[in-house]
Design a protein around this ligand. Structure first.
Ligand code: THU
Length: 144
């Protein structure tokens, strides 16, 4: 599959976005009020959801992407993650622009691609438009 950034969504992307939207409803974000949901599709068709989990000690906050990705590999250690959808809402409204993963989550995505030797498709949802990276390396060039 060609590595590219695109705005076009597949049927599978739309289904995964729906799961990410459900996940955003479980966010614990009393400090930022930024409710993020992530849904990871595994190669066996299973979908694993995560949401951001904040902490009074801000450095202990964990992003939705890492909650979902690390739950996936902790519980299904031999099943590669093949794509992840991310969305966020503020004041009960989904963000208009695509929600992109932070640097730390990009590093975790790269580790998973390397570990499973499988490209991870990153679907960043926005109500106005979404952005898709067909390979996580597009989001972290020249990575460690
Ligand atoms: N957050 C995520 O969960 N994922 C992102 O892609 C961006 C940021 C969380 C971290 C924190 O709980 C809140 O959103 C505000 O940064």
């Amino acid at each position: 599959m060609e590595k590219k950034l695109t705005t076009s969504l597949s049927e599978a992307d739309l289904k995964l976005i729906e799961a990410a939207k459900q996940a955003a409803l479980t966010a614990y974000a009393p400090y930022s009020q930024f409710h993020v949901g992530a849904a990871v599709l595994l190669s066996d068709g299973r979908i694993v959801k995560g949401s951001n989990q904040e902490n009074k000690a801000y450095g202990s906050c964990v992003c939705a992407e890492r909650v979902a990705l690390l739950y996936a590999t902790a519980n299904y250690a031999t099943t590669p993650p093949v794509s992840i959808a991310i969305c966020a809402m503020q004041n009960n409204t989904y963000m208009a622009q695509p929600v992109t993963p932070c640097g730390e989550c990009r590093q975790v995505l790269m580790e998973m691609q390397t570990r499973f030797q499988t490209p991870i498709r990153v679907v960043m949802y926005g109500t106005e438009h979404s952005l898709v990276a067909t390979d996580a390396s597009l989001l972290l060039p020249a990575s460690f």
